[in-house]
Design a protein around this ligand. Sequence first.
Ligand SMILES: C[S@@+](CC[C@H](N)C(=O)[O-])C[C@H]1O[C@@H](n2cnc3c(N)ncnc32)[C@H](O)[C@@H]1O
Length: 217
Amino acid sequence: MVFKTPPGVYAPQDDTWLLTEALLREDITADTTVLDVGTGSGTLALAAADRGAARVTAIDVSPLAVGATWLRARLKGLPVRVLQGDLLTPVADRRFDLILANPPYVPVPGRPIRRGRGLAWRAGTDGRAVLDRICRDAPPLLRPGGVLLLVHSGLSGPDRTLEQLTGAGLRATVSDRRTIPFGPVLREQAPWLEAQGLIAPGETKEELVVIRAERRT
Ligand SMILES: C[S@@+](CC[C@H](N)C(=O)[O-])C[C@H]1O[C@@H](n2cnc3c(N)ncnc32)[C@H](O)[C@@H]1O
């Protein structure tokens, strides 16, 4: 049966695929515990389970995303536990070997939202409302030697991500970069981004980065 991402759930796109490529380079065994935070359609969680991780947890605040991921995992017979909740809160007492995150990161006017259109991308005026929380809350959940893979736009402060994760004691580097044309969201935001000086006049491309941060043993 072919699974189609339901309306209201983030359909996998360039950021999903860039993070999937990074994920597939990691050493995943049946002992690897994986967390996918902000799972959306569950693409990353399913890729980790398909790669052999026996214990994969996927979290999303959206009930629609939770339902879609649960159904997709069942249809594929993959061992993914799906939880509804706010970022890392539902797993605050657990530890992981690999944490994956493709969170909302687009700088937009106004405050981040908790439901409705834009939940997947709206991230406050600097794009960091969710990123800053992940940089603060994910490092303590990594086992020694554990890895956080985080994808976001070059417009949302990769240097701040590196600084915060390094400050938390992780070895953090940009592992992947890809320049892509603006999608519908950035095209819509372009006049505001230009007015903020976040993009040059007439800019039509953004760079995506994957940040890989490893907890020392
Ligand atoms: C950019 S989408 C990424 C979806 C998927 N991981 C992928 O790569 O295709 C971000 C996801 O984060 C979820 N999200 C937004 N805020 C959240 C929060 N506070 N806690 C958990 N999930 C959240 C959204 O519902 C959305 O599914």
